[in-house]
Design a binder for this molecule. Sequence first.
Ligand code: ARG
Ligand code: GLU
Length: 709
Amino acid sequence: MKRTLLTTIAFILCVSTLRADEGMWIPALLQRNEAEMQAMGMKITADDIYSINHSSMKDAVVLFGGGCTGEIVSDQGLLLTNHHCGFDWIQKHSTIEHDYLTEGFWAMTMEEELPCPGLTAKMLRNMEDVTDKVLAGITDQTTDDERAQIIAENIKNIKESAQKDSQYKVTVESFYIGNQYFLMYNEIFDDVRMVGAPPSNIGKFGGDTDNWVWPRHTGDFSIFRIYKDGKPYKPDYHFTISLKGVEEGDFTFVFGYPARTNEYLPAVAVNQEANVIYPVVVDLRTQILNIYNKYQEKDPVVRLQYASKHAGLGNGWKKWMGVIEGIRNFKGIEKKQAFEEAYINWCQETRARMKYMHALRDLAPVYEEYEKYRMATTYLTEAGLSIELLEYAANFAKLAEVTKDTPQEEIDELIGELKEATTVFFKDYYQPIDEEVAITMLTAYSAAQPEDFRPEILNEIDRKFKGDVESYVDYLFGKTVLTSEEKVMAMLDNFKPSKAKKLAKDPAVVAVNSMMDFYVENVLAKSRECNEKINNLRRVYMEGQMKMIPEVYPEKRLYPDANFTLRVTYGKVGGFKPKDAVTYGYFTTLDGIMQKENPDIYDYVVTERLHELYDAKDYGRYADKDGSMHVAFIAGNHTTGGNSGSPILNANGELLGLNFDRTWEGTMSDLIYDPSICKNISVDIRYVLFLIDKYAGCTRLIDEMTIAE
Ligand code: ARG
Ligand code: GLU
C-alpha cells in the first residue's frame, strides 16, 4: 500500500513537473511515453500510433522525397505535405502556358494527376533493436579502428540476412551516436503523382520575409497521391481529419522525419557552432543577399531568376541568426558548462567512469584543431562556391582533363551532362549579380584565410593583381568562355581531346580547380580525421550521459538525436512570450492575411478569389466556432528540418494540421531546447480543406477524405 502510494506520488510529481515537450521519440519504444502522453491528455494508446501486429498510424506517415514528411489522408493513397516540399515538382510541371507556381494546380480528375518520375515516398514497416548483434565482438579493449571494422562487417551480415526474407528495403541506423542500432524495414513507393497546389501567394504567403516568424499566415500545403502497380495505393491506415480545431492547452503530437539535431554536444562545440562558424556564414550570406536584393528590386525578371536561390540561402541565414541569438539569450553555453561540471563530478565517483570523463575532456582539443579545417571548408563553400560562375566551372574539371586516350563514349556522356548543366545554369543566371558577389566573396575569402589555408588563386590575386580583387574579377569574367551560353554550347559541340588543355586554362576553371585542389589536398583528409576522432569520443561521452542523466538529473529528457528516422514528439498548443512585454497568441486567421495584404509586394498579394470568400465569410464547415477562418497555430512540439509536412494530431490521433516551421526565437532547439520559446508552427487543416473545397472547388478530394466534424 505504502509503496503504491509513493509510486503514485512520484508518478504525479514526475508528470506534472516534466518539461513534457522536449524529445523526439522512437515509435517502436513509445510504450515508455504512453503514461505521460495520456496524462497530458492523449486518449489513444502507443499501440494505436505504432504497431507491427495491426495497422496503425505509422502506416500513414512517409518520408516525402529526400527531406520532408507526408501523410496519407484517404483510402486511395491521397497524400498531404507542405507547399515548400512539393515546390520543385510544382515548378517542374510548370510551363509558360501553365504556371502552376503562380496559378496553382488542381487535378479535377484522377487522370489529370501528374506523374513525378524520381519522386519517392518511404514508409516504415517495422523496426527492430539490433544493438547486441551490431556490437557483437566488441570489448573494452577493441580499438576505434577495429571497432569500425567489426561494426561494418556485422551490419553487412545483419542486412544481408534480413534482406533475404523481406520484400522491404532494409537498413541499419545508428542512434545515440553508435550506442544503439535499429534494423529498419521500409517500403518504397516510386509512383507519386501531383494532385494539387495552391498558388504561391497562398502556399508561400509571406515568403522569405515571414519565414521562421510567428505570427504566420502561410497556406503551406500541396497534395500528391501514391500509386502502386499503376493504381491508387490502398493504405493500411489513413488519418481522419478533425474539423474541431485547437484550443490553448490541447494535447498534440507530431509524427514525422526530423533530419538532424545535436542536443548532446559539449559546450566547446556549441560555442564553435554558434559563436564561430554561424557568425561567419551569416555575415557572408548577408553580403550576398544584399547584392541579390539590390538587383531583384530593380528588375522583375531578376527577381524571379533569383527567387529560389534567395530562398535557399535565406532560409539557413535567418535560422542561424536565430540560433546565435537564442544560445546567447538562453545562456546555452553556460548551461552546458554547468552540466559538464556535474558530469565530471559524477565521473569522478568511480574508476569505471574515468573513460567517460576522458571522452569529454579529450573532445576540447580535437574541436580546437577541427576549427581551422571547418573554417576553410566554410569559406570554400560559402564564399568561393557562392560565385555561381565558379560553381558552374567545377562541372568542367573532368572535361579539361580528357586526353586522346579517353574513350569516346565517356567524352560524349560528359558533354551530354555538361549541356544539360549549361541550360539549367543560364536559365537563372544574371552576370552583374555574380560579378559583384565575386568581388565581395573573394575579398572576404582572402582577408579571412591565414597563410597556410590559402588556395593558390588567392595568392595569385595578391601577386599578379597586386591584391586588387576588382581587376582580377574583371579579368576572370572578361576572359572566361563560361559566361556565354552560345560559346559554351559551340565549344561542347566542337570538342576534341586536343582542346582540353585550352579549357584547363580558362580562368574560371583555373580558379575553381585551385580551390578544390587545395581543399582535397589540405583540408579534406584532416577534416575527416578530426571528425572520426570526434565521433568516437562523442560516442563514449554519449554513453556516459546516458548513464549519468537518469541518476543525476532524473527529470531531464533523454532521447536520441534526430537522424532522419521516424519519430514522435508531443506538446501542448499555446502562445509564448518571445521577449519582454511581448506576448504571442497561439493562432492566426484570415483577418491577418488581409492586414498583411500589399498588392505591390509579391509576398503579400491576395488573390481576388480569396477576397470574395473572405468578404462573403463563406467558410462553410471549416470556420472556427468563433466564426473566423483559422490559418495557422503554434504548439510545443520538438521538431526540426525534415518535419516539414508532418501531421500534427490531436488527443484522438485525428489530423489538426501540417507542421511547416518553427518560431525564430526557438531555432536553437537543434542544440538546446527551451520549452518556453521553442514552438512548432502548423497550418490549420481547416484552412487547407477550405482552400481545396471553397477556393479551388476540388471537392472530389474532400469526398475521399474521412472527416470528423
Ligand atoms: N523555414 C522552413 C524550413 O526550414 C520553410 C522554408 C521554405 N520557405 C521559405 N520561405 N524559404 O524549411
Ligand atoms: N521548414 C522546415 C522543413 O523543411 C521545418 C522547420 C524546422 O526546421 O523546424 O523541414
